[in-house]
Design a protein around this ligand. Structure first.
Ligand SMILES: [Zn+2]
Length: 337
């Protein structure tokens, strides 16, 4: 691990937090809330390190040299507790919840005095992995925090957190940066990316720069290109909706990415219709799909994004979306319902 940098679009939020800290007014429980890929975790890391650093600089950033920083960067700072759901050996996947045992263990450690007499920092990542029992186990600590203890709760879905927990945290809102800032940052990370690819990657990630970068590195962009041809072919009736659905596969995470990409595609199409400029391959989408159809498709896609986080069958979710898309492109959408 290396010194966690403050992302350019976090600077204002960082100043607010550091000023509060300098005036000894930093809340003991902070909820870092916002969509995926805008840098909440990176901010939590930078803040945790700054809180554990023995000589932070004028901007409140960690020095990177002191004993605290060296241990932090080695991942072995004794006053840092980074809680995530544990890995399950049986299923070979990360568990869904942060367990009550993990929280009891944390509670026991937090009442002991901190090493070197410094601060203690707990990061819950993601905080929505706390189940009801977990929240109950944590409430006492949040209500009566041991001295110099800071809890950073990271969440993409703050509304999924128990209200009792949410109300005890000060909320830091994270949003995607302005488009130009996001582009400039991504360009710096991936200088070889073409302007069109960069634009599309950001679009696919709904403007979230870190998500865009991860999507690019994992080959999601290339994958999205294939999906996009499928959507265009289904709309033109040159590919069966069920065949396009089968090609997506059954993996829930893959299907989630597919839905996000479809939402971005529909958004792009809607913007093109509104502006009257249907550049590139979007011109292949039949004019029969009007604004009503596109809006209805978008509603359905958002609904699919919600359903995929439940126990809904990924295959069925994709199939019904593709059939709806095909019907609307045949101007039979409304009749089908
Ligand atoms: Zn330091």
């Amino acid at each position: 691990m290396s010194l966690a940098a403050i992302l350019p679009w976090h600077k204002a939020l960082w100043s607010v937090v550091c000023e509060a800290r300098a005036n000894d007014k930093l809340a003991h429980a902070l909820l870092l809330a916002g969509p995926a890929g805008v840098g909440k975790r990176q901010f939590a890391r930078a803040l945790a390190q700054a809180l554990l650093c023995e000589s932070p600089d004028q901007q409140g950033e960690a020095c990177g040299k002191c004993r605290g920083c060296v241990q932090f960067e080695a991942g072995s700072h004794p006053n840092l507790y980074w809680l995530q759901p544990l890995f399950d050996d049986k299923t070979d996947k990360q568990k869904r919840d942060i367990s009550v045992e993990q929280l009891r263990d944390l509670g026991e450690k937090l009442v002991l005095s901190a090493y070197y007499g410094g601060s203690k920092v707990v990061v819950m990542d993601p905080a929505d992995a706390l189940n009801v029992n977990g929240v109950n186990a944590l409430l006492k600590t949040i209500e009566e925090p041991p001295p110099k203890t800071y809890m950073l709760l990271v969440s993409e879905r703050p509304m999924a957190l128990a209200a009792t927990l949410r109300s005890r945290c000060q909320r830091l809102r994270f949003t995607p940066p302005a488009e130009a800032e996001a582009r400039a940052w991504l360009r710096e990370q991936e200088p070889a990316l073409s302007a069109v690819a960069l634009e599309r990657t950001l679009d696919l990630a709904q403007g979230a720069p870190l998500r865009a970068l991860a999507g690019h590195k994992s080959g999601l962009l290339e994958q999205q290109g294939k999906w996009r041809s499928d959507w265009l072919e289904v709309a033109a009736s040159s590919r069966a909706p069920t065949a396009a659905a089968v090609a997506v596969g059954k993996d829930r995470e893959q299907v989630s990415a597919w839905i996000a990409a479809f939402i971005a595609f529909l958004g792009e199409l809607l913007r093109a219709r509104v502006s009257g400029q249907q550049a590139g391959d979007l011109g292949q989408v039949p004019g029969r799909i009007g604004m009503t159809g596109l809006q209805a498709m978008l509603d359905e896609a958002y609904d699919a994004a919600r359903r995929i986080t439940t126990s809904a069958s990924p295959q069925l979710v994709v199939e019904s979306l593709m059939i709806a898309w095909w019907r609307w492109s045949m101007a039979r959408g409304a009749a089908a319902r």
